[in-house]
Ligand binder design. Structure first.
Ligand SMILES: C[S@@+](CC[C@H](N)C(=O)[O-])C[C@H]1O[C@@H](n2cnc3c(N)ncnc32)[C@H](O)[C@@H]1O
Length: 262
């Protein structure tokens, strides 16, 4: 028997008690599969497995679920070229210079960077909407002997998460969001990061993938974040032949006049 607790962004917490098949360790089981067979609710980060009927009437929610399924499927197939277990030098450079505090990893995948932060003394909250990725991340953190608060949640719906954070990191998450999600995301990061806090983003430039445009251009990033953040550095590069960029932003401090954020 294995009891597991999973926290979701809306503040709800699932506890599932699962009987694992012979030879299957806690890290190998499929979240919800055993629970479903026993008739208890599935861990459900906001409607992936048990969508409310109303969700199907809302095109935006429907698209969100499809996107989530797409990532889930890729993690299950192991079709995850980004999942290199390597923390980028840009992040290591930041960590070498910064004093540890509270960090937020947005779209954390299997937790490589969240774990790198925790190893250097940061208190890390890491969010991803893929159950499979978060399960793997939990396992990796346990193996590394560090504590990370992993949350299975949508980065555009983090109403249940409180700040302030000193540092937020996004490697490859914002670029896949749709325009209305990007606006919610920007407001969320602005709410969660303390004034003077650092935000680092890695994203590909826009390109067509199937029927969608994926990626984001520096002008759009600036339009999204410029109100609350000041860009301190931008480095253009290429990954597998495709243009991409690293962005460094700092959360603006309250203005002296009004004592409020711009
Ligand atoms: C390209 S991967 C990068 C993963 C990780 N940052 C890394 O560097 O290995 C993008 C990640 O963002 C997650 N993701 C995409 N959209 C998301 C959303 N709306 N909410 C939470 N996670 C999301 C995906 O599940 C995936 O793990």
């Amino acid at each position: 028997m294995q009891t597991e607790t999973i926290d979701f962004a809306n503040g709800s917490r699932y506890r599932t008690t699962q009987r694992l098949p012979e030879g299957m360790g806690p890290a190998d089981d499929v979240p919800g599969r055993v629970a479903k067979a026993r008739g208890v609710p599935l861990p459900d980060p906001g409607g992936l497995f048990c969508p409310r009927p109303a969700l199907f009437l809302d095109p935006e929610a429907r698209m969100g679920i499809l996107e989530r399924l797409r990532f889930e499927w890729r993690y299950w197939r192991g079709d995850t070229p980004w999942d290199t277990n390597v923390t980028p030098p840009e992040v290591l450079e930041f960590l070498a210079a910064a004093r540890p505090g509270r960090a937020l990893d947005l779209g954390c995948g299997t937790g490589t960077n969240a774990i790198a932060l925790a190893r250097r003394g940061w208190r890390v909250t890491a969010v991803d909407f893929s159950v499979k990725a978060v399960r793997t991340a939990h396992r990796k953190a346990r193996a590394a002997g560090v504590e990370v608060e992993f949350r299975c949640a949508d980065v555009t719906r983090l109403e249940g998460l409180g700040g302030p954070f000193d540092y937020a990191l996004d490697i490859g998450c914002l670029l896949g969001l749709r325009p209305e999600e990007r606006l919610r995301y920007a407001e969320t990061v602005a709410r969660l990061l303390r004034p003077g806090g650092d935000y680092m983003l890695y994203a590909w430039f826009p390109r067509r993938v199937g029927r969608r445009i994926r990626g984001v251009a520096p002008e759009e990033v600036e339009a999204l974040l410029g109100r609350h953040f000041e860009r301190t550095r931008l480095e253009l590069g290429k990954e597998r032949g495709r243009p991409s960029a690293w962005y460094w932003y700092r959360r603006r401090k309250p203005s002296a006049a009004g004592g409020r954020h711009p």
